[in-house]
Design a binder for this molecule. Structure first.
Ligand code: GTP
Ligand code: MG
Length: 360
């Protein structure tokens, strides 16, 4: 959208020039000439207002595209051992510290594999109540590790995770966990998964299956290999220079530090001090921390980081865009908020109509 004129933007959005001009005037900008070049923020804001889903375009010439680590999300039914498996992979014991042993948030961290290649992992809760978190996890990830306990087999949230991965078009690697248990029947799990339509590799499909035990730490090398192989097949790359594009995976309010957002950078570099718009919120990045809570000056693709300095609490799934000034940040977030409110009212109205139709 860089340097686009009002006229061109109208065409791209399928709207009339006057509609576009009105929106620009509404956000307090000038829109005198149909042929004047728009700044990228204004163009994006307008596109958003008319409901066009925008992905910022950057000039390709000086874009530095490099391989990036894979983002892997661990999913599965409650208590099947997702957090334990991640603990085993990074040699810590987070599962033991969780309240009631149940994951209630989306944890993110980077694990350096034995081969030296880093993988960014997202942990998700398996409890039925956290369906939205699993859906978001699937949306920001490259690969889903579907954890199925060998004794329990395929359960409701196993199937739900499968459908989220399918919906997001993300490949699955199956980890059959708890294979150390005497009543473990990994073969039965495979049959169940296949009958649910998952094309397993050993049955001629392309989904890798690894038998593991988080407790015994067995099968971890094979799981690591399977993930790196899957990542290699996908040839994951990202632009690493230029403005960052990132996604919020989790946000919380800290008493002393204010709103904190855990985010994963998709492209570009997020730099401390930048002005950002995050969903309907905005702010200036006061600090960036890695998942070990260490302050770092900037974040590159596939890195999970915690950012501080937002004015309000964003929502998981929100996108982060970098803008040039505080004024722009405020304006963009205001525009988004108005759009959000309008959508909400529209939806309410639709629901009301549905109800009254049902009553007739
Ligand atoms: P939620 O986050 O609540 O969905 O659970 P989770 O999938 O993260 O499971 P978690 O890692 O908390 O493990 C659940 C229970 O299973 C714990 O008591 C673990 O000790 C046990 N467990 C996990 N992995 C294994 C394993 O490989 N073998 C055996 N025997 N027990 C395991
Ligand atoms: Mg867990």
């Amino acid at each position: 959208f860089e340097g686009m004129t009002i006229n061109e933007l109208a065409k791209r959005c399928g709207e009339s020039t006057s509609t576009i001009q009105n929106i620009i005037i509404n956000v307090g900008e000038r829109a005198d000439s149909e042929f004047g070049a728009l700044s990228i923020d204004i163009a994006e804001l307008v596109a958003m207002e008319v409901g066009v889903n925008v992905r910022r375009l950057h000039s390709d010439e000086d874009a530095q595209i490099l391989p990036r680590p894979p983002v892997v999300t661990v999913m599965g039914h409650v208590d099947h051992g997702k957090t334990s498996l991640l603990d085993a992979l990074r040699q810590t014991s987070l599962a033991a510290k969780e309240a009631g042993g149940i994951t209630q948030h989306l944890g993110a961290f980077v694990v350096g594999m034995q081969s030296g290649a880093p993988i960014t992992f997202l942990d998700t809760p398996g409890h039925a109540a956290f369906s939205a978190m699993r859906a978001r996890g699937a949306a920001v990830t490259d690969v889903v590790v579907l954890v199925v306990a060998a004794d329990d087999g395929v359960m409701p949230q196993t199937l739900e995770a499968m459908s989220h991965a399918k919906a997001a078009n993300v490949p699955i690697v199956v980890a059959i966990n708890k294979c150390d248990k005497p009543d473990a029947t990994p073969e039965r799990v495979k049959v169940q998964l296949a009958s649910e339509g998952l094309p397993l590799e050993e049955m001629g499909g392309d989904v890798q299956v690894v038998e593991v035990s988080a407790t015994n730490k067995s099968g971890l090398d094979q799981l690591e290999e399977a993930l790196l192989l899957q990542a290699e097949l996908m040839d994951l790359k990202a632009r690493i220079n230029g403005p960052a594009q990132a996604y919020v995976v989790e946000a919380r309010l800290d008493k002393g530090r204010g709103p904190l957002a855990t985010a994963i950078v998709k492209a570009g570099t997020l730099v401390c001090g930048q002005h950002v718009v995050v969903g309907c919120e905005w702010g200036r990045i006061r600090s960036i921390r890695d998942m070990a809570r260490k302050v770092i000056p900037q974040a590159t693709p596939a890195m999970p980081v915690e950012i501080e300095g937002l004015k309000g609490l964003p929502m998981a799934g929100d996108d982060i865009v970098v803008v040039e000034s505080e004024e722009r940040a405020r304006m963009l977030s205001e525009g988004r908020r108005k759009k959000h409110e309008k959508d909400r009212l529209l939806k309410l109205e639709e629901e009301r109509q549905k109800i009254s139709e049902a009553e007739l």
